[in-house]
Design a protein around this ligand. Structure first.
Ligand SMILES: [Zn+2]
Length: 377
């Protein structure tokens, strides 16, 4: 398969961080050598699954406010964050990504908790590291959209630089295996995030753009053009996360795959987006007066597990190797994705088996009086 061999090609820039991936991470003798455990080595062996979108799941569980989407839960209920990480790993995530999304200075200012910046970042990193080391998953640092980026505002650009530098710094101190810079709709902001990762760390960088209803970055570049720039600037993996569902993200992923040599990441939201409403923020619900469904009315658009499995298979066949699901994902989506890629994570112990069902079952103990009643169910 052409796409497959292309994704395995190794541009020179990619070899830089290999072998240093786990420096300072405290690997024990019983574990494989650090080189084999790093992100890039795992991507050479096969797909890497990364569960993202923690804030939506925490909101549904009642521990986070929609709108702000700041994970104050890190301080208020750290055990809930730890359990969520464990749930995603059990479902097949190869990565435990620190929940530092929206734990940056600007977002904390919006909710009046700037004083909690350091403890919240450190809590996110501590919790994720402990789960990663316990489960043998990769420990990823995370930086994201600052929401103040403005190419014409020098003061804002300085602040963006500061936000990235301090969050990268805390993650480096925590010993992350690699970085994710995500949900960035300005490619120049993404380049700034990548520059901070490159300046303060030696670990690999995954950079994923957010493509909204407008199919271009905020500067007006296609996703493929933007990813080419990111690859040129030294990103190890480039791609798209969040905002678009599988149906409207996959075509863009294919364009990116054709445009770059490095590995490509695709982490859609698990919602049924369509060509007219290609992003989850643009979805309107005909049952509710065509009101905007984002963020807490998206339930009727939720993808089934089969749809997420189809996405996983199609994306993998298209040469996409770094796969996950973003905002809206529950552990059941990650399990469906993992199983579609041939995995049997611990949660597969409970994968559906309708042969045991009271009416639809084929088990010899299911009585005829039950199966004959099926048409009336
Ligand atoms: Zn998301």
């Amino acid at each position: 398969m052409a796409a497959k061999s292309r994704s395995r090609a190794k541009p020179k820039a990619r070899s830089r961080a290999r072998g240093k991936v786990r420096a300072g991470a405290g690997a024990r003798a019983a574990r494989p050598a650090p080189k084999e455990r790093g992100l890039l080595a795992r991507l050479k062996e096969g797909p890497v699954i990364c569960a993202e979108g923690y804030v939506f799941e925490l909101e549904r569980r009642g521990y986070l406010q929609a709108g702000a989407f700041v994970p104050e839960v890190l301080i208020e209920h750290p055990e809930v964050v730890e359990q969520l990480h464990l749930d995603f790993v059990r479902a097949g995530s190869d990565v435990t990504q620190a929940l530092t999304y929206y734990v940056h200075r600007e977002k904390l200012r919006v909710i009046g908790r700037e004083k909690d910046l350091v403890p919240m970042n450190r809590a996110a990193l501590r919790i994720a590291k402990s789960v990663a080391r316990k489960t043998g998953t990769l420990f990823a640092g995370d930086i994201c959209n600052t929401n103040i980026y403005d190419p014409a505002d020098k003061a804002a650009l300085k602040e963006v630089e500061r936000i990235f530098a301090e969050q990268v710094g805390w993650a480096v101190e925590a010993g992350v295996d690699y970085f994710v810079a995500e949900t960035l709709s300005w490619v120049d902001e993404a380049l700034m995030a990548l520059a901070a990762i490159r300046k303060y760390s030696k670990v690999p960088a995954v950079v994923t753009l957010a493509i909204h209803k407008d199919p271009l970055t905020r500067e007006g570049l296609t996703a493929a053009e933007a990813c080419k720039r990111l690859e040129g600037a030294g990103a190890d993996v480039v791609g798209i996360n969040c905002h678009r569902g599988p149906a409207t993200m996959l075509p863009l992923l294919k364009e990116i795959r054709a445009a770059v040599k490095c590995d490509v990441a695709g982490l859609p939201v698990p919602y049924r987006t369509n060509p007219e409403q290609p992003s989850f923020m643009s979805l309107t619900d005909p049952c509710c007066g065509n009101a905007r469904a984002f963020p807490v009315g998206l339930d009727p658009f939720m993808c089934t597990r089969a749809e997420i499995a189809d996405f996983g298979r199609d994306a993998y066949a298209a040469g996409i190797r770094y796969l996950g699901v973003c905002c809206g994902a529950g552990p059941h989506h990650i399990r469906a994705l993992a199983e579609a890629l041939g995995r049997q994570p611990p949660a597969s112990r409970y994968t559906v088996d309708m042969s045991r069902h009271a009416w639809f079952g084929t088990n010899e103990r299911i009585k005829k009086i039950q199966t004959e009643y099926r048409p009336k169910l």
